[in-house]
Ligand binder design. Structure first.
Ligand code: FE2
Ligand code: FE2
Length: 186
């Protein structure tokens, strides 16, 4: 990588990287659903960790950056196709929060079938959501957002990582994702 590329802020690539980690946890949840269907008991401790990761990393950190910084920047472009995508994505974030609440409630009440049902719905929703952000909106806005806007987003994302989540918590959330990966995907 040459120094020029290294210095160029790439907040969109950062969001893609976050998608990668979120998808890894979705694959864990997929495996958990398979195991539950074959009669394995629900591992409450692991699933509470998965809920923590989803709520703090996927939602507060990643969706938080999209909703507070990236989507408003996209809206400023005033391109109807981009605005329609953003509206749909925000709606999907809200629907996803509902599934996650149901998943958390199902863990508390040991309701394996409600957990499985809501988890499968969440996986389906978020997989297609991430794929459309990666393949449709991100490539579009890589071209339509100005370099100064991208720099501003880069700074804003850094601020969320440092001050909203905190460096230490960020690392803990990564560790949770890899701990779950090791327990289910090896
Ligand atoms: Fe999103
Ligand atoms: Fe996203």
């Amino acid at each position: 990588m040459n120094p020029v590329e290294f210095d160029f802020p790439d907040p969109i690539k950062d969001m893609e990287r976050e998608h990668g980690l979120i998808k890894m946890v979705l694959r864990v949840l997929e495996k958990v659903c398979e195991q539950l269907e074959s009669g394995k008991p629900l591992n409450k401790e692991h699933m509470q960790l998965a809920i923590t990761f989803i709520r703090e990393f996927a939602d507060k950190c990643h969706h938080g950056k999209e909703e507070a910084l990236y989507f408003p920047a996209v809206r400023e472009n005033n391109i109807p196709e981009e605005i329609a995508l953003v509206d749909g994505f925000i709606e999907e974030h809200t629907i996803g929060r509902g599934f996650v609440k149901n998943m958390a409630d199902a863990i508390e009440s040991d309701d394996v079938s409600a957990f499985g049902e809501n988890t499968k719905a969440y996986i389906k929703l978020l997989d297609q959501h991430i794929d459309r952000e990666n393949k449709v909106l991100f490539p579009m806005t890589e071209k339509t957002l100005s370099e100064s806007k991208l720099k501003e987003l880069d700074k804003g994302f850094e601020d969320v990582d440092k001050n909203v989540i905190g460096k230490e918590r960020h690392e803990e959330l990564h560790d949770i994702a890899y701990k779950l990966k090791e327990a289910y995907l090896q």
